[in-house]
Design a protein around this ligand. Structure first.
Ligand code: ADP
Ligand code: MG
Length: 243
């Protein structure tokens, strides 16, 4: 359902990666791990054109976009099929939890406001924040803000949700509630690509773990394999440090 072929990205003279190939089935959950500065965020951002890839092609569902000659319409269509959850939540500070979740449905999907708000209330129920509909982000805990961030991604009804270290900015006491919500989505067979250092989450939830190092996919395997019998020395060293 998702296929990246030959994706490349450089910033000026610095090539972050080239020739990245990666594919996912519908309902599959992959976790990307690797040292910082390796290109995990950039890769995720390329998938919905938060960064413009320089080369390669992206397929999401029935849409294929050639990076080097993507049209505005194609980029918008791709963004509709992919939702992004940011490390720092990136909520609108001047909008309530309900409005943050409803915003995309109103602006992107042109849904009537009443309907968008009704849908947003359903989502607030699902993320366990029904009583926080009218709260502004500043009055919510980090965990609650990130659940709103995930609720906003759920509202997009995207084919795939991209998570970029969704728990790494949180105080430790909020990490579990956010991972819990992600597990709930996983149990509903939401297709997800998750960059995280939460190895226990990867073990429990991932269908496949992808190890990335210096802009390369070094190896990928189900967590039971990758964590117990990594094939590459770089993967072994990384896991030795983190596990
Ligand atoms: P990771 O998420 O694995 O830590 P990133 O994707 O953030 O890695 O970064 C990969 C490389 O790309 C790093 O060398 C980083 O400095 C560089 N980089 C990322 N974003 C930018 C940018 N907007 N401009 C210039 N260099 C960038
Ligand atoms: Mg990153």
């Amino acid at each position: 359902m998702i296929e990246l072929k030959g994706i490349g990205k450089r910033f000026g003279a610095h090539s972050v990666f080239e020739g990245i190939d990666l594919s996912l089935e519908r309902g599959e959950i992959i976790v990307i791990v690797g040292p910082s500065g390796t290109g995990k965020s950039t890769l995720l951002r390329c998938i919905n054109f938060l960064e413009t890839p320089d080369a390669g092609s992206l397929t999401v569902g029935d849409l294929t976009v050639d990076a080097s000659r993507a049209t505005r319409e194609q980029i918008l269509a791709l963004r509709r099929r992919t939702a992004f959850v940011f490390q720092n939540y990136a909520l609108f500070a001047n909008k309530t939890a309900l409005e943050n979740i409803a915003e995309g449905m109103i602006v992107v999907d042109h849904m009537p406001k009443r309907e968008a708000h009704a849908r947003a209330r359903e989502i607030l129920e699902r993320i366990g924040l029904a009583d926080k509909a009218d709260a502004y982000p500043a009055s919510l805990s980090g965990g609650q803000q990130q659940r709103v961030g995930i609720g906003r991604a759920m509202a997009a009804n995207a084919e795939v949700i991209l998570f970029d270290e969704p728990t790494s900015a949180l105080d430790p006491q909020w990490v579990e509630e956010v991972l819990g919500l992600m597990k709930q989505l996983a149990a509903e067979h939401q297709t997800m690509i998750v960059v995280t250092h939460e190895m226990q989450f990867a073990r429990e939830v991932a269908d496949r773990v992808v190890y990335m190092d210096q802009g390369r996919i070094i190896e990928q395997a189900p967590p039971s394999e990758l964590f117990t019998a990594p094939k590459d020395e770089r993967t072994r060293q990384f896991l030795r440090k983190i596990l």
